[in-house]
Design a protein around this ligand. Structure first.
Ligand SMILES: [Zn+2]
Length: 126
């Protein structure tokens, strides 16, 4: 799966798309679900190769997902070590159990912060 936004490509591995789509149908679709996205930055582009899915310590409800389980962090550290630093946290995902999902103000704030931190990171490498 490939997305193009403002000159940036985001590629999402098939396994990641499949893992996330499991939380958009059936009884899993009644509550929000989420996890983190792991991958690599390729210049301005992002390649998502793995993700985590809801874990027992997370809080899921109709109107919210709170990532609390330490397993997400452990998964990120494991991937980072296994890939010798090539794969790391590149973002997060969550579902909205509604027919026409729209981002909440919390989502928009989170995206803005993420984009600001990416700008800072790139600036450091200039
Ligand atoms: Zn949201």
């Amino acid at each position: 799966m490939i997305f193009l936004t403002k000159g940036r490509l985001v590629t999402v591995a098939e396994g990641v798309a499949q893992a996330i789509s499991r939380y958009t149908t059936g009884s899993e679709a009644d509550r929000e679900a989420g996890g983190i996205l792991l991958g690599s930055y390729r210049g301005p582009h992002i390649q998502v190769v793995r993700c985590t899915v809801p874990m027992p310590g997370d809080r899921r409800s109709r109107f919210g997902f709170v990532r609390r389980d330490r397993g997400h962090q452990l998964a990120a550290e494991g991937e980072w070590l296994e890939s010798a630093g090539a794969v790391s946290f590149v973002g997060e995902w969550h579902t909205h159990p509604e027919r026409h999902p729209t981002p909440s103000w919390v989502d928009r704030r989170s995206w803005r912060k993420q984009m600001e931190s990416m700008t800072r990171i790139r600036w450091c490498f200039l």
